[in-house]
Design a protein around this ligand. Sequence first.
Ligand code: CA
Length: 649
Amino acid sequence: MNMKLSILSFILTFPMLMNAQEQFNEMEYTPAKTTFHLNAASTSKSVKVRIYESATSAKPVKTVSLKRAGKDYWEGTASGNMMGKFYTFDTGKGECPGTFAKAVGVNGRRAAIINLDETNPEGWDKDVRPALKSSSDLVVYEMHHRDFSIHPQSGYEHKGKFLALTEPKAIYYLKTLGINAVQILPSYDYATVDESKPDKPQYNWGYDPLNYNVPEGSYSTDATKPEVRIREFKEMVNALHKAGIRVILDVVYNHCMSIEGSNFQLTYPDYYFRKTETGKGTSGSIGSKGGDYSNGSGCGNETASERPLMRQFMIESVKYWINEYHIDGFRFDLMGIHDIETMNIIRKEIDKIDPSITMYGEGWSAGTCAFPQDKLAMKAVMYKMPRIGAFGDDMRDAIRGPFSDDTKPAYLTGIKGNDESIKFGIVGGIAHPQVNMKKVNYSTSPWTAQPSQHISYVSCHDDMCLVDRLRTSFPGITTEELIRLDELAQTFVFTSQGIPFLLAGEEALRDKKGVHNSFESPDSVNQIDWTNLQRHSEVFLYYKGLIEMRKQHPAFRMADADLVRKNLTFLDTPDNVIAFTLNGKAVGDSWDTIICVMNSNKSPRRITVPDGTYTVICRDGMINTDGIDKVYGNTLTVGSQQALIVFSK
Ligand code: CA
C-alpha cells in the first residue's frame, strides 16, 4: 500500500475505531474510582448517575453529574471503591440502567458494579466452541428454558432454569437425540416476568427486551444477586459445549417492550426508533415531529438499525455475547426490520472473531417499516447477504398449511399443488433447473445463493406445533395417522439441503392444547410432557434416526449450490409424491446413490427408478442406517402417508 494512502486511511479510521470500542462501555471500574459513559443527546439538559447501595434501596448514596465528552457522549467519575453498588443514569426523563448494562439487579431496573471475571465457572478459560465445517451441518433444536424442564414429572432439579441444561439428564438426552445446536428463546433480560416472585408461576417467551446484554433473571436460581444469572448462563454454555452442542441466541434488536420507559428512549429520546414520514403511522399518535412511530414489529415500535448508534449497538452487543458468553450463533427476530447493510457489517465483524458463528433470522417484518423496502433484510433478497440465513416458509406452509390459517390444510392432508414449493425447500432455496418457481407459493425467484442460507422447518415456537396443526387441519385424525404424517413432515426437514430446524418436544409428540400464539400462556400449555416419550418412543426413535442418517451422510448437506444442482435430481412422480436422488458418490458419501420418496396419499404409490439393488433404510416409520431390507429392479413402492429412503452402493 502507498505510504501516504496508508497514513490517510489510518487517520480516517482511527477515531471511528476508538469510538466503536468505547462508545458502549458505560461503566469502567477501578478500586479508586468508577468512570461512567453514556450515549445521550448533546442537547440533554443534564445527565446524572445515581449510585445505590442495593437494587431496591430508596435513596442514592451518591449522585454524579456527567459532562459532555464528545458529540452525544457524556462522561463522569465517582471516586472511591464502588464495587457491589448499583447505579442508574438519568437524563431528566427517568432513571434507567443505561443501554449497555452488563450486570443488573432484580427486574433489571438498576445496573450493578461487579467483577465479571468472578462470574466465570471453573474451566471457562478452556471452554471451546464445538467444531463446525458448514452451517448445513447444524441440527438446530429450538427451545424455551421453561418449556423444556418445568413439567412436574420432568425429573429436572433446576426446573425452568439455565442450570437444567447443565444436568447430565439433559445432556444425555440431547446427545442421544443427536442435535448439535440449541437455539434458546430470548435469554437476555426481558420485562414481563416479575423476577422478585420466583415462586409464582409466570410465563413469557421473552420477546420484550429490557436489557439486551444481561441474562434473564427468572432463569437464574437467584435474580437478586447480579452475578448469579451471569455465572449460571456461562455454566450452561460450558456444559453444552463440552457435549459438542453449540448455543444460538435469539436476539430481538428490532423492537423494545415499549418506547416510553425503554433504555433507548430514556437516554436518547427519538434516536433509536423509526418514525413514519407521513405522520400516519400504525401505532397511534405518540409521535412528535416527523410523524408517528413506525410499527414494523407489530409490538408498537421498530428500531432504526441504519442509524450509527443503533447499528453500533447491535454490533457491540453481538460481539459481547460472543466474547463474554462464548455464544456460537444468532437468530435475528424480525430481521426484515433491519437494513441489509447493518446485517452484512455484523457478518463481517463476526467473521473477524470466528467465521463458523452462524447468523440467520426471520426474513420478514410484522408490519410496514418506515424505511425503503428494497434496503431491508427481507427473505427475497437473502442472496445479497452472503452467509446469513432465513427461515423457509415456502416449504413450511406447503407441507402443513399457511401461518395465516391454522385450519387450512396442505400437502400432508393430500392437497395437490404444493410439490414445487416443497421441492424449492428441499434444494435449500437456490435456483435449481427442476424447480418451477412459477408454482412456488410465496417466492417468485430463488432467494438464497447457497443452501446453507435456508432454514428448513415445519414448526417453531410461533404458531401451532405440528401435532396441534395436524389435529386442527385434519379433524378426527387418529393417533396412528397423526404419527405417520408428523414423521413424514420431518423427513422433508432432515433430507433437505438447508439447515434443519426442530422445535423442542416435537420428538415427544408435544402439543400446546391447540394454542396458536402461546407467548404468555401458562406452563400447562407450553410445558413439554416428557412422559409422552414412553408412550410414543417410536416417534423419538424416528427423529433420532433421521438426524443420525443426516449426520452420517454428507449427500444430505452438500452446502454448495452447484453441487446441489448437479447431484440432486427430482424423479417423475404422481401427485403428492415427491422423490429425488442424491449422487452420494460425487460428494464423498459412502452411499453411491440415495433415493428419497415421500407420499402423503392415503394409499401406496409406485415410481420408476434406475434399475438396481437397493438397501431400504427408512420405511413404515422405522429408520435403520444399517438397512432394513433389500429391494431389486426399476420400481419402488412407497406406502401410504410415509417416506421411503433407499440407497445403492
Ligand atoms: Ca427480566
